[in-house]
Design a protein around this ligand. Structure first.
Ligand code: PLP
Length: 428
């Protein structure tokens, strides 16, 4: 499948039926798998043989969809999780523990910020949040001897900060740690983080990948490029014997598959954030049209952004597809196929005006969700980022008047007409 275009991978990767098997991915709605002998099943429990025994750890439907996502990102291995939150947590907890430290970009999804700043902090893991636009010399000061990874979003939710992935990869690698990228907003159609040096990619598949707002889910993908075995003292979990598998060493036994195998064998086994096979099936339906939808989302959003930028009632706008955006040049480099459908802007008059504008829309709906086929809006300061303090809001780059507009794949004329009606009636 290596030489095929990404459009073809969206439709066909992962599932290769043999003669007489179903062309469409079957839903294996079974928690359990039968073996002829205790010996055969025992080999699976020792990770000596590949196969399925219990759907908390792995399931054929989920594995097939994970393989498609690995192909789309150009990675060597992938796994699905029950949510994007689980994917973010696993991506770090697979290589860190109490007493460790992570460097994270400041402008990230509010849920991820809470996961890091509240829950993982309680587990004894420290975070330093950095401004991704800062100079390398400043960013280097964030690192400590116990730093285990750098985490950032390729295109941040909700503000639309485009990450200089090459800069961040060099920074992480100089410090001998991997770069983990949350590639949810661009999807591999618009951004390929591994081609710029990222080591691990995670997704909230809930967003564009599913695309229809049916299923919460996540994914982790390993590029296979980070050589953990060079730093056994930094990554003992991957490079030293695992007593819960009779002293097996992941990097020795699984090579480039070590990171994902460990995440399945340990984290899924113990924490059980497993996706449902039916959700994986629905995710796969979304992936089959991802290439078509991302183009339409990006085209519609650019047209809507141009309209908003020129509107007298719009105070400011950030969409990296606009030449006026601070992130236009980075967007051209890292998002060559389009900047996806999410626009951040403010209505003149501050928080009240932005909220009043949103309440007047009819085609666009106020929902927590983002990045699905239907045009959606959210006021982050009063919803996803509501628990953040004033200072944390500033750190996350979320102003009080920020409207997150997720442009859908309806006809762009109808989307603009809806915005126009709401903006024109503002004073009435
Ligand atoms: C939504 C989102 C998440 C969390 O994913 P869930 O599927 O909601 O758990 C993580 N990162 C980004 C960028 C998101 O937009």
């Amino acid at each position: 499948m290596k030489n095929q275009h990404i459009d073809t991978l969206c439709v066909q990767a992962g599932h290769s039926p043999r003669s007489g098997e179903p062309r469409v991915l079957p839903v294996v709605q079974s928690t359990t798998f039968k073996y002829d002998t205790c010996e055969a099943m025992g080999r699976l429990f020792d990770l000596e043989a590949a196969g399925h025994f219990y759907s908390r750890l792995a399931n054929p439907t989920c594995d097939t969809v994970a393989a498609k996502i690995a192909a789309l990102e150009g990675g060597v291995a992938a796994m699905l999780t029950s949510s994007g939150q689980a994917a973010s947590f696993f991506s770090l907890f697979n290589i860190c523990g109490a007493g460790d430290h992570i460097v994270s970009a400041g402008p990230i999804y509010g849920g991820t910020f809470n996961l890091f700043n509240v829950t993982m902090k309680k587990m004894g893991i420290e975070f330093t949040f950095v401004d991704p636009d800062a100079d390398v010399a400043v960013l280097e000061q964030a690192f400590r001897p116990n730093t285990k990874a750098v985490f950032a979003e390729s295109l941040s939710n909700p503000r639309g900060v485009v990450l200089d992935i090459e800069k961040f990869a060099a920074l992480a690698h100089n410090q001998k740690v991997p770069l983990i990228i949350d590639n949810t907003f661009p999807t591999p159609i618009n951004c390929r983080p591994f081609e710029w040096g990222a080591d691990i990619v995670i997704h909230s598949t809930t967003k564009y990948m599913d695309g229809h707002a049916t299923s919460v889910g996540g994914a982790l993908v390993d590029s296979g490029n980070f050589d953990w075995s060079l730093y056994p003292d930094k990554f003992p979990g991957l490079c030293r014997p695992d007593p819960s598998y009779h002293g097996l060493v992941y990097t020795e036994r699984f090579g480039k598959g070590a990171y994902i195998t460990k995440a399945v064998a340990q984290l899924m086994r113990d924490l059980g954030a497993s996706p449902a096979p039916l959700n994986a099936f629905l995710l796969n339906l979304g992936l089959e049209t991802l290439h078509l939808r991302m183009r339409r989302h990006s085209d519609n959003a650019l047209a809507v952004a141009e309209y908003l930028e020129n509107h007298p009632r719009v105070a400011w706008i950030n969409y990296c597809g606009l030449p006026s955006s601070k992130y236009y040049e980075l967007g051209k480099k890292y998002l060559p196929n389009g900047a996806s459908g999410v626009i951040a802007f403010g209505v003149k008059g501050g928080r009240e005006a932005s909220v009043a504008f949103m309440d007047r829309l009819t085609l666009g709906a106020i929902v927590t969700h983002v990045a699905d086929a239907r045009t959606s809006l959210l006021h982050p300061a009063s919803s996803t980022h509501r628990q953040l303090s004033e200072a944390e809001l500033i750190e996350a780059g979320v102003s009080q008047d920020l409207v997150r507009l997720s442009v859908g794949i309806e006809h762009v004329g109808d989307i603009v007409a809806d915005l126009e009606k709401a903006l024109l009636t503002m004073d009435n």
